[in-house]
Write a protein of this length. Structure first.
Length: 317
């Protein structure tokens, strides 16, 4: 009798462990299937990468741009080409994407205007005709520029999908302006915000800069209750037109101060205050020196652009 009870106990123990083994094997199988599925997704995503173009500047400037890609870098390979659509910088970034197994590239151009360097970029990438070969470009004399501006068609088998919009087109920048103004505003009924951007040489294109950035200020106008928000461009690199632009900005700020109002100066630039401290020398105004970066919404814009361009790549196929 004692022997039979012991035998039954042994059988139950063996059955228990057999069931545990079956559960473990099933779990392993499920994990393998899940891992396989996730690997498939990762492999699919790894074929899509991002090339972010930005003007570039001092280390702090470049670091702020790099920080705006941290979130999306967890999802896609990202390379940054600093410069004003410089073929050399773009070519090096494309080579790095090739080495990472990328096949389709979303090109995000982190410029204020979507018109800036758009055709030139497409020519360098071979999407549009017009760029010489690298060999031909190296034979030709190059203009003396403060930043490299190589112009040739890069040789690559990658497919490119180029963003059309700039930061002035981006709804995400509305809250950046609200944040910048709100951070300095104390008496909104007595304050005017002066938003200053780089601008361009073409009168028609410059007017589009002002019109688009003015649209970006509408949320701040509704939310903050300031007396006025006015957008200007300095037309920084076009000296024949810059003098008048400087005078317009200074005249507005001087008039506001004379009328007992407090000007708040906000740069609509990717980073920093640019030359505005010198331009506004001697005037009374508030400023924190911050451009659009650092702000989480610039990173959000990069993510949204990336997903849109990935969709374009998938639809192309």
């Amino acid at each position: 009798m004692h022997y039979e009870k012991k035998l039954q106990t042994i059988i139950k123990i063996r059955a228990f462990f057999a069931i545990l083994c079956l559960i473990f094997l099933e779990a392993c199988s499920t994990t393998q299937d899940l891992t396989s599925d996730l690997s498939g997704v990762a492999a699919e995503d790894s074929q899509f990468g991002l090339l972010l173009m930005a003007h570039g500047g001092a280390r702090e400037w470049n670091t702020a741009v790099e920080a705006a890609t941290y979130e999306i870098s967890d999802k896609y390979p990202v390379e940054i080409a600093f410069g004003m659509a410089d073929a050399g910088s773009i070519e090096e970034s494309v080579k790095r994407l090739e080495s990472r197994g990328v096949q389709d590239v979303g090109v995000i151009r982190m410029f204020v205007s979507g018109e800036s360097w758009r055709q030139r970029t497409k020519q360098i990438l071979g999407i549009e005709e017009g760029a010489p070969s690298k060999e031909e470009a190296n034979k030709a004399s190059q203009p003396d520029m403060f930043m490299p501006m190589g112009f040739w068609k890069i040789e690559t088998g990658l497919k490119f999908f180029v963003s059309e919009d700039g930061l002035a087109d981006a709804d995400e920048m509305d809250d950046v302006l609200v944040s910048r103004i709100q951070g300095m505003s104390r008496e909104p009924e007595r304050e005017v915000a002066v938003v200053i951007a780089h601008g361009t040489g073409s009168d028609e294109e410059d007017a589009r800069w002002v019109q688009k950035i003015t649209q970006r200020t509408e949320v701040a106008k509704d939310a903050l209750g300031l007396r006025d928000i006015k957008v200007f461009t300095l037309r920084e690199d076009w000296f024949a037109k810059r003098g008048e632009a400087e005078n317009n900005i200074r005249t507005y700020i001087e008039a506001a101060s004379k009328n007992g109002l407090i000007p708040i100066v906000v740069p609509f630039r990717v980073h920093g205050f640019g030359p505005y401290a010198r331009v506004l020398e001697g005037l009374d105004y508030k400023a924190d020196g911050l451009g659009l970066l650092p702000h989480e919404n610039v990173g959000l814009w990069v993510e949204n652009q990336a997903e849109f361009l990935k969709g374009s790549a998938q639809n192309f196929e």
